[in-house]
Design a protein around this ligand. Structure first.
Ligand code: BES
Ligand code: MN
Ligand code: ZN
Length: 483
């Protein structure tokens, strides 16, 4: 998408549609388009269009106007408008325009600036909302929207905001592409080559092969890989924007989760290609952070593997030894994510991080409890959780804390080993997190379960059906706030 900022009057910019955001109270009074066009809009206001959130109306523009059409978009009541509502309006308006075959739209900023809301919020919604995944279609789609112009003075602040929104949004789309790609193509090896493609001046990438992981004693991670012919890849990214202690981001990267010998039911199994959405989010964050050249020190870990029931697959009842020495009884091979994360958390200790955050499509229980509404959060550090909660509000990738009481330890006690890998169905959102906590040690750590939010079951204003790319905006914001 070509994005520009132009200091031109609304009526003088040639485009397929001029987007006019309206509040319910605005009644079509628009200085920037002049009295004749304002009166045209006043005529339809409260009849065909009333400015309610999500309302859209396309009208032809007067003959002496350069924009061919007006696209009115509602942003609701004046005192209830928020950046999120504007972001949603951006997604709605831009995808509507794209579906009509329009190529070139411009945003009038008069109402937004009177509300002191940045047009960057609208742009963000538009960039995220017009996403399509057509890599596997052979028939051509309509030509996509190609130009968005913000009609405004280009202040330093606005330029910075727009650039940042472009980098972060394109990193969300990058993550969505990875997640939507089917597992026959999105193998651990492919994920590793995608990670390598991010290498740059401050960003190095190292891949541990199976034998390296074995030497390091990653029995938990390797127990998951045993049932698959695809070689596992333990991917490590290192971004050095400062020399301070690093933050470690760990992303669950099961490129396909069949459940292993504890096989999942056939229905819906095809969706388990999204079990690497945590890893994709971490890659998206590294892409954004390195393009923005943020002065931070970051380590990313993606313990990538498939979870399949091959002939040498791990069997329920097997006991393995994790990197830190703790032994685990594998009761259910479908609880594989925590096995890979246990060794990733153990491996992360060597970087002496000031904090660790893992992001994972870890439990079905998360999707049941919170649906698309929130990311589940648990951890051992209140301050870090507060920062993440705040970032959740700013990005609207909201998180909700679930309990991590010591009583959950009981659930994962094993008769034969230090721990077992599941505590059964009851409380599994918390018991899975408690399992991870055992491997975080003394380091401030937060776990984010994105099983409910990583995949959108239907089109939403700026999240089309399919991979949501959740976590990229949230974690990039967390990192920014930590500077
Ligand atoms: N990847 C799944 C969790 C999942 C389920 C994500 C549905 C998205 C949608 C995870 O590996 C898993 O299978 N979890 C099991 C654990 C159980 C066997 C203890 C679950 O939550 O059912
Ligand atoms: Mn599983
Ligand atoms: Zn899984």
């Amino acid at each position: 998408m070509n994005v520009s900022i132009k200091n031109i009057r609304d009526r003088d910019y040639r485009c397929d549609a001029l987007i006019l955001p309206f509040c319910e109270e605005d009644a079509g009074d628009y200085k920037s388009i002049g009295p004749s066009a304002s009166s045209l809009i006043r005529k339809i206001f409260r009849k065909e269009f009333s400015g309610k959130q999500h309302e859209l109306l396309l009208v032809p523009s007067p003959a002496d106007f350069k924009p061919e059409r007006f696209l009115l978009v509602g942003i609701g009541k004046r005192d209830e408008v928020s950046p999120e509502k504007v972001r949603q309006a951006g997604g709605k308006a831009a995808s509507y325009a794209q579906n009509l075959g329009l190529r070139n739209i411009a945003l009038s900023t008069e109402v937004l600036s009177s509300l002191k809301i940045s047009p960057a919020a609208f742009l963000e919604g538009a960039l995220l909302g017009t996403y399509k995944f057509r890599k596997y279609h052979t028939e051509n789609d309509k030509k996509p929207l190609s130009h968005i112009t913000i009609l405004s003075k280009a202040s330093r602040g606005l330029l910075d905001e727009v650039r940042s929104v472009q980098v972060v949004s394109s990193s969300v789309l990058f993550a969505r592409d990875l997640i939507n790609t089917p597992a026959n193509d999105m193998t651990p090896s492919h994920l590793a080559s995608v990670a390598r493609s991010l290498r740059g001046k401050n960003l190095s990438v190292k891949i541990l092969e199976k034998r390296d992981a074995a030497k390091l004693g990653m029995g938990a991670y390797l127990s998951v890989a045993k049932g698959s012919e695809e070689p596992p890849k333990f991917i490590i990214l290192h971004y050095r924007g400062t020399t301070k202690k690093p933050l470690v981001l760990i992303g669950k990267s099961i490129t396909f989760d069949s459940g292993g010998l504890s096989l999942k039911p056939a229905e819906g199994m095809e969706k388990m290609k999204y079990d690497m959405a945590g890893g994709a989010a971490v890659l998206g964050v590294f892409r954004a952070v390195s393009q923005l050249k943020l002065p931070v020190h970051l380590i990313g870990i993606l313990p990538a593997t498939e979870n399949l029931p091959g002939g040498s697959a791990t069997k329920p009842g097997d006991v393995i030894r994790s990197i830190g020495g703790k032994t685990i009884e594998i009761v259910n091979t479908d609880a594989e994510g925590r096995m890979t994360l246990a060794d990733a958390l153990g491996y992360a200790q060597r970087f002496r991080p000031y904090a660790m955050i893992d992001i994972a499509t870890l439990t079905g229980a998360c999707a049941i409890a919170l649906g698309q509404g929130a990311v589940a959060m648990m951890g051992n550090d209140k301050e870090l959780m507060d920062t993440i909660r705040k970032a959740g509000h700013m990005t609207y990738e909201r998180v909700w804390e679930m309990p991590l009481f010591d009583e959950y330890r009981e659930y994962i006690k094993s008769d034969i080993a230090d721990l077992k890998n599941t505590g059964g169905r009851a409380g599994s959102l918390s018991t899975s997190a408690y399992f991870l906590k055992e491997f975080a040690g003394e380091i401030p750590w937060v776990h984010l379960d994105i099983a409910g939010t990583a995949w959108s079951e239907k089109d939403r204003p700026y999240v089309p059906k399919g991979a949501a790319g959740i976590g990229v905006r949230l974690l990039t914001n967390v990192i920014r706030e930590s500077i």
